[in-house]
Structure formats: structure tokens, C-alpha cells
Design a protein around this ligand. Structure first.
Ligand code: SF4
Length: 227
């Protein structure tokens, strides 16, 4: 199956969808977005990377920034922070004005450090699959760069990652088409979620509204106490 270009969804949504289905729906279906320090730092970091038309050559690596991506198979589109083109005798793509073959290698920049789940990895996987479709070549590796640790983490683009990305993309489309936002599930990560105040995850973890009101009043009491 192929999606029409106008039906493609943003690649960045795959990390929200993997982290929390409700967060995905709140951002991408209900179009709610609340800035917190984590998202602000993340945007600043991306702005530093985004520099359209920038092409930098470092010996056997050509660095291209803010590269537009699309896959009509996955139904996803977006912009890669960086795509490196690495000189490779075994294959890759031909670049205008350059000799030899060049292997595309997506690099996604993130603030903070590596996550306990694979939300960042699937984003790189989706970028790699877009590049494969657009450039008609195999992409076997990519990377994540974390601002807090200033380290790169290699991402292997294998068949199991490709299958996971394909399933997630299909589920994203199903949820988007349904227009339904799932109920909240209280979890540890809710404390760092920028949508926490809109999502109200505590409501769902208490069947009785009275329990919820008691907890909220207690939190207010603690907040009002003099330091
Ligand atoms: S607060 Fe928790 S349940 Fe609500 S969107 Fe954020 S992570 Fe998901």
C-alpha cells in the first residue's frame, strides 16, 4: 500500500507514539502542545542543527543538514537533522560533482541522554527507511547524538527495526484516522511530560472523583507551605 503525500504524518510523531499513545493523540490529533524546559531545550538544539542548504565536507564524509524526507510506503514525512554521506566502495548513491559512491547515514540530535525505551531509535529507523525509498539504496546504520552526554549512539537498521517502524507507522495512521484519544495511563514518565497538566493522568488512576479531589487538595497544601 502507498499513501498519498497529503496523507503522510510527521515522522517526529513516532517518538510521541512510542512513548505514550495518549501523548501522540493530544499533540497530533487534538493539536495541543505545551512547552516545558525539556521541549524548549530540544527546540533550541534543533535550531542549531537546522541550516538549510548547508553542506559540509570532511574528507570522506559529506554532511548535509535539514534534509527533507518522505516515505509513501510508511506514510511519513519530516526533516532529518543531519544526513552524512560516507564514501563507500561497496555501494550507496552517486552525488553530483563528487566521485565514487556515498552511503547515506542519518543522525538525529537529541537533548538529554539515551532513553530506557526505543522511541529515539525508531525515529532514526523511520528516517533511514525514508532515505532508502527516496534514494533507492539500503541504509544499514544511523546514529543518535545526545546533547547532555555529547555522545553518539549507533543505530543498527536491521529487519527487526524496519518491521517495528512499519507496524508503528500503521498504528499511527489507524489512530489518526479514528480521531480518538486514548484514556490516560498514569506512569512514572508522566512527571516529565509537557502535557501533564492538560492530560490529567491522575484522574484515571482514581475511580472515585472524591479520591482525586483529596489528592489534589493535599498537593496544593504542600505547595502553599512556607519554605
Ligand atoms: S501525562 Fe502521562 S498519560 Fe498523559 S500524555 Fe503525558 S505521558 Fe501520556
Amino acid at each position: 500500500m502507498r499513501y498519498d503525500e497529503e496523507d503522510c504524518l510527521p515522522i517526529s510523531g513516532i517518538q510521541h507514539f512510542t512513548f505514550c499513545r495518549r501523548q501522540y493523540a493530544l499533540i497530533h490529533i487534538e493539536r495541543l502542545w505545551v512547552e516545558n524546559t525539556l521541549t524548549f531545550d530540544g527546540r533550541v538544539m534543533h535550531r542549531q542543527v537546522e541550516d538549510p542548504f548547508y553542506l559540509e565536507s570532511r574528507g570522506t564524509v559529506i554532511v548535509s543538514r535539514s534534509v527533507p524526507l518522505i516515505s509513501t510506503k510508511l506514510g511519513l514525512y519530516g526533516i532529518a537533522d543531519v544526513v552524512e554521506f560516507r564514501s563507500c566502495e561497496a555501494g550507496g548513491v552517486v552525488l553530483e560533482g563528487r566521485k565514487g559512491m556515498w552511503q547515506p547515514y542519518p543522525v538525529e540530535y537529541k537533548r538529554g541522554r539515551g532513553k530506557p525505551d526505543d522511541r529515539d531509535i525508531v525515529q532514526v529507523g523511520a528516517q533511514a527507511m525514508c532515505l532508502e525509498e527516496m534514494l533507492h539504496t539500503a541504509v544499514s546504520e544511523g546514529a543518535l547524538y545526545y546533547g547532555q552526554t555529547r555522545r553518539r549512539q549507533m543505530v543498527l537498521i536491521d529487519d527487526s527495526l524496519r518491521s517495528r517502524v512499519t507496524v508503528l507507522a500503521q498504528q499511527m495512521h489507524d489512530m489518526y484516522d479514528s480521531g480518538r484519544t486514548p484514556a490516560p495511563t498514569k506512569m512514572k514518565a508522566c512527571d516529565r511530560c509537557s502535557l501533564r497538566d492538560l492530560c490529567l493522568p491522575k484522574i484515571s488512576s482514581h475511580k472515585r472523583v472524591g479520591d482525586y479531589i483529596r489528592i489534589m487538595s493535599k498537593e496544593k497544601e504542600v505547595g502553599n507551605r512556607p519554605l
